[in-house]
Design a protein around this ligand. Sequence first.
Ligand SMILES: Cc1ncc(COP(=O)(O)O)c(C=O)c1O
Length: 431
Amino acid sequence: MTSKTNRDITVGSKACNFLLNRYNKYKERGYADVVSRIFHGIPSKHAQVSYNNIEFCDNPTDSSHIEIQNVLHLGSYNYSGLNGHPDIIAAAKTALENFGTTTSGVRLLNGTSRLHIELEKKLAEFLRYDTVITYSSGFAANLAVFDTLCDANDVIFSDSLNHESIVKGIELSGARCEVFPHKDMAALAALLEKESPEIRKFIVTDGVFSMDGDLAPLPELCDLSEKYGCFLIVDDAHGTAAIGPNGRGTVAHFGLEDKVDIITGSLSKGLPGIGGFVACNDKTGIVLRTGSAPYIFSASIPPATAAGILKAVEILETSPEIAESLQYNAKFLRDSLRAADIDILDSETAVIPIVVRADEKAFMLAKRLHEKGVYANPVVFPAVKKGRARVRLNVSADLTQQELDFAVKTLIEETKAVLESTNAVAPAEMA
Ligand SMILES: Cc1ncc(COP(=O)(O)O)c(C=O)c1O
């Protein structure tokens, strides 16, 4: 104990109690170490990973004694496989030497370098929108959009499986939120029908749903937007550099750039950096640049990151085979798992959930896979509903057929073993 104060700030908080109890349960059962495992080196498909006996533990183990294992990384958002690409590292290195490690500022003051401008121009061209504004994260980009563009006079229709950053952004805006059941267009139409034509209406959806791996029904959403005079916003965090021609995302996959008003996304998934973006028309761009709090009051992304992402977009523009290879790899894994009767929901992308239902089984499966040389993340409540726990796979474009075969064999064997095991408690008990 090194804290200078003994006051316990968690006492009296229901939320803190819930989190501490859950942590203790996981620790007791030996699963705390598969949460937030530690990567040593570039987290690309050949990763070196150790269990986490440092970050959460009250009695940390000496980090020099941790056991590092070579694993095939199937839990990474590195969909394009571009993290660690030599040209991207070279571009980032040059920028690091010329611009330092940070801008030491927010965008509207001294936080804009030439590289930020070049990156935003390049992304706008890539996505076929007037302008792109970058933020320090995809989360911040969603907060910015809703907080700045919507207010208490508006209504926002949001898919029930939309990402937490959308939920938090809507809360911040003060707008009324109507949640429609996941991808249920009839339910959405019924909700829209009830609204006055006078009120401003927004529809928001993930492009690729981050937990289930299915795609938003964008053509139908565009039709409803048009019919009811709504603005349409797509969060494409898991679609950018992962789906569509040259990885231009879900909106480009459906060819709907002229119908979707705003795309938000992340710069740390298919694009190998950190940060987020909003793609929109020029006028909306001016409003966000001059009025959105995360742009005005939060530091800009490091110039070296901007340089690396810029290079990644250039590579994607000239290499359609990256997105094609990702589609092949993901389809191969999905088809193989489905053929073995493994429940992967309606996944149709590189996000593939292996649903095992009980939280404990998700941890057990992640641990067994780790021991067999495959890294994948357990996902439990509250990230997914109770009883819908899973191990989630995120596929990369750079996997070879041999690696895919090894992955399929290991995933099928270990999933079957865990599902047959009775050594797991009911989901409610863990949550
Ligand atoms: C759908 C979705 N939107 C937004 C975000 C936030 O992106 P970032 O990690 O860049 O903050 C995520 C993160 O995983 C996400 O899955």
